[in-house]
Design a protein around this ligand. Structure first.
Ligand code: CTP
Length: 394
């Protein structure tokens, strides 16, 4: 997961920093916010804290030793520092080596790329002094996102508006060199559990959290794919830029996937589909009059097997969560369901399984080769899986 330090300075556009932070978080970045004291006059640190899900760093000289540690750790941990909106004051300070606030010192101490999105009155922006320092910083390798033209808060019109948050985030992603190697590809991901109703209040399901499938959808979108996520019930927020189709039962998932399959280039079935459902769904709540209740179960459609039978151009990826004979069982599923690759998880291993944020996996390929991976986050595993899928296209 990439770390972005978002610096917010005192500008009327500071409120847009909330939207920028929100977009970055939705895209899966870790966002640490530093606000200058002037920024805190325009937007509260509580807003930024709630959105970034991290404590916000506002300048305070009262605990100098803590402040020293803070700016060094932020500077070293950052993959990129984005200052949006960036005031003329902050840019002038950085250019002339003045580091009298936490944001300026962090910028000075970092080795990460620093991106400024200036926002100010047109006169200030066009002022030769500001232009001089901006060009000086550009020459030093600092990156600037050009402001938009339009109506400014001061009532005038001209250059100086902070560009739309989406535009700023897109520029950041480009700088972070997020590969767009899935550009133009349709990726269909399924995630989460399914619920098979017993009666109007009860269902059969499993412990799947949906985290692996959501991570795959999010990473594929970041890499330029057009992503549809068919999701069983989860507590997760829909990934930014991904079309989510919510389903409950295996049958509903089957129908959604069948419809989307012809246009998909890649299908990743991370969902934990229930294999059985009650043969009959009681129309009324089942009462507990009897001592024993038997449920007759029938098989649900095996979605992946259907796709394996009907595939033409699609790359088909399955998951096998096992508790024994992991690789043998996974290999068997790969063959039976006509897959291109399968990700085998040993549920008995620490750090693997349903609710956790990590996974321990082995990727098995159609040709018989295998890639054994160490424990990693589900986001990291999603990246590795996508890398392997892309190799199949080449
Ligand atoms: N799968 C599916 N439809 C089902 C059951 C499973 O599409 N009705 C998919 C899962 O999304 C997963 C893969 O098949 O990608 C393997 O699922 P798993 O439950 O491990 O395998 P099963 O085929 O159910 O085999 P078994 O019951 O023998 O473990």
């Amino acid at each position: 997961m990439k770390n972005i330090v978002l610096g917010v300075t005192g500008s009327i556009a500071a409120y847009k920093a909330a939207e920028i932070a929100s977009l970055l978080v939705k895209k899966g970045y870790q966002v640490q916010v530093i606000m200058t004291p002037a920024a805190a006059e325009f937007i509260t640190s509580l807003t930024m804290q709630s959105i970034s899900q991290h404590p916000v760093h506002v300048d305070m000289f009262n605990t100098l030793s803590q402040w020293e540690i803070e700016h060094i750790s932020l500077a070293q941990g950052a993959d990129l520092i984005l200052v949006a909106p960036a005031s003329a004051n902050l840019i002038g300070k950085v250019a002339s080596g003045i580091a009298d606030n936490l944001l300026a010192t962090t910028i000075m101490a970092t080795g990460a790329p620093v991106v400024f999105a200036p926002a100010m009155n047109t006169g200030m922006y066009e002022n030769p002094v500001f232009q001089h320092w901006m060009n000086f910083l550009k020459g030093m390798g600092y990156i600037f996102i050009e402001p938009d033209e339009g109506r400014l808060a001061c009532g005038t019109s001209g250059k100086g508006r902070l560009p739309a948050p989406e535009k700023i985030v897109a520029a950041v992603e480009q700088i972070l060199d997020v590969r767009k190697d899935l550009d133009g590809k349709h990726v269909l991901v399924t995630a989460g559990p399914t619920r098979e109703p017993i009666d109007p209040v009860r269902f059969l399901s499993n412990h799947s959290s949906g985290k692996m499938g959501y991570a795959l959808a999010r990473e594929a979108e970041k890499r330029g794919a057009q992503v549809t996520l068919v999701s069983g019930p989860t507590k997760l927020a829909p990934p930014e830029g991904v079309k989510v189709i919510a389903v409950k039962t295996a049958e509903e998932m089957f129908n959604a996937v069948k419809n989307l399959f012809p246009v998909a280039d890649i299908v990743i079935k991370a969902a934990a589909v229930a294999d059985f459902r009650p043969r009959q769904q009681a129309q009324e709540k089942i009462k507990k009059k009897r001592a024993v209740l038997s449920l007759e179960l029938e098989r649900t459609p095996d979605i992946l097997s259907y796709l394996g039978e009907h595939k033409d151009k699609q790359i088909l990826v399955g998951f096998a969560a096992e508790t024994r004979d992991v690789l043998t069982n996974a290999q068997d599923k790969l063959n039976r369901k006509n897959l291109d690759l399968i990700i085998a998880n040993d549920l008995t291993q620490e750090g693997a399984g349903f609710e956790v944020d990590t996974n321990v996996a082995t990727i098995l390929f159609k040709g018989g080769s295998a890639l054994t991976l160490p424990m990693m986050t589900k986001t990291e595993l999603a990246c590795v899986i996508l890398d392997e899928i892309i190799k199949l296209f080449q």
